[in-house]
Ligand binder design. Sequence first.
Ligand code: FRU
Length: 728
Amino acid sequence: MKRYFLLAITAICLISCSRSISIENFEDGLDKCSIEGESFFSLIETSNGNHFLKGSDDDQLSGSITTAEFDISKDYINMLVGGNKPSGWGRAMNSVQLIVDGESVCTVNSISDNPDSLEWVTMDVRNFKGKKGTIKIESAPAQTFGNYRIPRGFISVDQIEQSNKRLSHYYSVYETIVKADAKYLLIPASTKGANSRLSVMVDGVNILGQEQSCSPAISDIDYYIPIDVSKYKGQKIVVKLTGIKDNYTVFNAIKTSDETGNNYQERYRPVVHFSPSFGWTNDPNGMVYVNGEWHLSLQYNPYSTAHSNMHWGLSVSKDLIHWNDQPFVIAPDELGSIFSGSAVVDHNNSAGFGENAVIAIYTNSGSGQVQSIAYSNDGGYNFTKYDNNPVLVDKSQRDFRDPKVSWIGDKWVMALAVGQVIRFYGSKDLKEWELLSEFGEGIGSHNGTWECPDLIKFDYEGREKWVLFVSINPGGPNGGSITQYFIGQFDGKEFVADKLPYPLWVDSGVDNYAGVTYADAPDGRTVFQGWMSNWVYTGSTPTISFRNAMTLPRDLALKSNGKHLILASVPSPEVYAARCEEYSYDNNTSVDEYIIPSILENNEGAYEIDFTVVPDSKGEMSIELYNTQGERVTFNFDLSSNKLVLDRSQSGDVDFHKSFSNSVTVELIPRSEYRFQLFVDKFSTELFINDGDMAFTNCVFPSETYNSFKISSNDKFDVEDVKIYQLK
Ligand code: FRU
């Protein structure tokens, strides 16, 4: 009897403890909720007559719906959540949040793999029991980035209820504790991983500064996110990841190690080009020659191989070819991500941060875009952000970025991309800026947003000439991103362009973008590097633990093409120090085919082929690199119409993006002979023609190194001065 009585009490207790309390099930409309913003949610009736809340597909509409207040009396809040989960910046734009004391304390984003189904999601609210809360369902406006609109997706929600029972395997915030007993904390990740945000807590402080987006592995592990925790040796680290299910690979697989867990020598790792040891890069930033070293900062994501969490990374080189990666130098803050910009050496302490301080001038991109500065008193290795950032704001402008600063005459001059013009600002101290002028309306290509300017002084046969670089995205003649330039005069205030047949391109290929020049380069040289990719397909190129590289360094000058001045890029002399073995070939006269079946005996994927072709007449000619897998990249010349067409359609892996196989067509300057320098490094080809007539940079992803080379023509030609160098 007593036993039955006890059992009955236990049963009653279990039933009442596990009984859930509804917070909102959307069966009585939205009367009890408060609504902000436009009508961006609707109630959808299901086949059994119930209703759920569905967000709008139209990501111009945004706002929030908040439930009536309730007492948090149970351990968990379960709810059904659906919607889609866009990638990159679009993630986290749709959320369900628990609001306690006016603060969002727990967030769930759309998690479903199938936009039409809703899945149980559980918030662990044990820390908030006894308090009052509301549930807020929010869809933020889609973000725009230049001409791109980042799809936001939508969220659907139903049956929000409190319970002592966890109904899902989903963790809105998954926490695990790791001991810092090795150099790196390793988070298993994948390009197709979860949409997650990472915090690494030591003594209650997030050592990453703020939450960083990342893609923890759901099934296969592509790479590990290596976080250096050597400073915290022996301490307890709490790793927090949002949006994780307990059947994901990452669950229980976070570990520590003295190795990064990644294969540095992965298939496409360049040999003589800068590429980040781990993570994502786009534009080169803060390029400056200081104390005998080339400092290359970069748009850098240390936590995944996608464009997000933008930091300034840093790599340093003594010879412009071999680079030593340093810890990142500028991290995102309350003003936003750290976008592109430049660095100068303040020789005369104009800013008051110290003589020869290296000063970085960059864009903070957050709710708007503003310019900020940071200084280094140790030759550009460690930077402190200026207390009174930002230093330049114009709330009326959405695209307001990429400051390139140099000392001109008696002041600092900043070239800044603003929508589709370049503005010039002047300053005596890098802190107070005055608008000098604006350039760009009605001239050059306006097919995309203007980005990453550079204003460079040249001496051309004793005359001062100025060149203005402007990168545009999209709108390149062969698709996507490309850099144009203007030649003219700058009087310290205004840039006036010479009348030339614009647009003119710094590089005619499709994989050289956002390039600018080093400040303080020695011997009055103008040394350039660009980002060797294209915004069209850069997010899906087939590298693994890193994504993207910079071009070879190039020395720039002005030269005449016979009709007018052009900008000539040639490989910087430092590049030749990478030549380690040299092979010369006999000249061939009057042939219609010239083949080198084996470029190098032990070809590690980095080489230079130099050769001169003298065509008999203006026929068709093609230059081809190929491998034993039948993969080839072909440069087709039509010398009668002066066209060069690059064919990458059979170059190897081309399926990662539908546009990658498109041919690339450019104009050629007609000459009676053509001197070629072709640099190949794992996934890049850089073709230089006739000492700066043209630079032509294009990526290719062969499954095996191209080790054969062929020139062929429907006519006769001579081949002279053929040399092959292995590069290391
Ligand atoms: C150019 C660019 C810049 C911007 C940066 C963001 O590629 O779009 O305009 O500052 O990339 O990463």
